[in-house]
Write a protein that binds this ligand. Structure first.
Ligand SMILES: *[C@@H]1O[C@H](CO)[C@@H](O)[C@H](O)[C@H]1NC(C)=O
Ligand SMILES: *[C@@H]1O[C@H](CO)[C@@H](O)[C@H](O)[C@H]1NC(C)=O
Ligand SMILES: *[C@@H]1O[C@H](CO)[C@@H](O)[C@H](O)[C@H]1NC(C)=O
Ligand SMILES: *[C@@H]1O[C@H](CO)[C@@H](O)[C@H](O)[C@H]1NC(C)=O
Ligand SMILES: *[C@@H]1O[C@H](CO)[C@@H](O)[C@H](O)[C@H]1NC(C)=O
Length: 161
């Protein structure tokens, strides 16, 4: 195949694969606080909006963020640490009442806006202590890298056809 076309194809795949994505969302327990680690790519200088929320019995509750308005009952229980490619949210006094599906969502304004999110189901009995999470997160990121390169491999396959 024409190398120019191949290069163009690869480039397209890369742009799609390397958007402003949430790469992983993990949950763990530290001192009765739920800790959510939301890792994301940071490849743009544009302002990014984010939101942490939980869905219980099909109802969505905003916990923290710049997209929706956080519910009052959560404001006093949370704190957020943000580094350039990770947001760490603590929800203090975690009980079984807080079980549900937690979501981390990023939105990049533009035409059309880029939205990316990840969900994680949190059950009190199944939560791990935070000490053990870093290895797991590393293993996950390897998996993610593999997943991200998948479209690339597919594209190559396509080219060789
Ligand atoms: C958790 O509590 C223990 C004992 O109260 C304290 O030593 C430790 O610093 C706390 N960890 C965090 C992350 O707050
Ligand atoms: C957030 O809360 C957790 C748990 O209470 C605590 O360990 C951590 O130091 C707090 N972080 C900030 C930035 O206040
Ligand atoms: C992305 O990184 C820049 C600094 O390199 C930082 O100012 C910005 O807040 C980061 N974006 C997010 C969503 O953390
Ligand atoms: C996470 O859950 C929300 C609401 O149920 C859904 O709209 C979204 O597609 C889910 N995200 C992923 C990555 O599955
Ligand atoms: C991560 O992978 C390493 C080696 O591949 C393995 O020894 C370790 O148990 C894994 N960690 C977790 C938390 O799965």
């Amino acid at each position: 195949m024409n190398p120019t076309i191949s290069a163009a194809l690869l480039l397209t795949v890369f742009q799609v694969a390397w958007g402003q994505k949430v790469t992983s969302l993990t949950a763990c327990l530290v001192n009765q606080s739920l800790r959510l680690d939301c890792r994301h790519e940071n490849t743009t200088a544009l302002p990014i909006q984010y939101e942490f929320s939980v869905t219980r019995e099909t109802k969505k509750h905003v916990i923290e963020g710049t997209l929706g308005v956080p519910e009052h009952s959560y404001r006093t229980r949370t704190n957020l640490t943000s580094k350039y490619n990770i947001k760490v949210l603590y929800l203090n006094g975690f009980t079984s009442k807080d079980e549900g599906t937690y979501t981390c969502e990023l939105r990049l304004s533009g035409q059309p806006p880029t939205i990316s999110n990840k969900n994680i189901s949190v059950f009190r009995d199944k939560l791990v202590k935070c000490e053990g999470i870093s290895l797991l997160a590393q293993n996950t990121s390897w998996l993610l890298l593999l997943l991200l390169s998948l479209p690339l491999l597919q594209a190559m396959d396509f080219i060789s056809l």
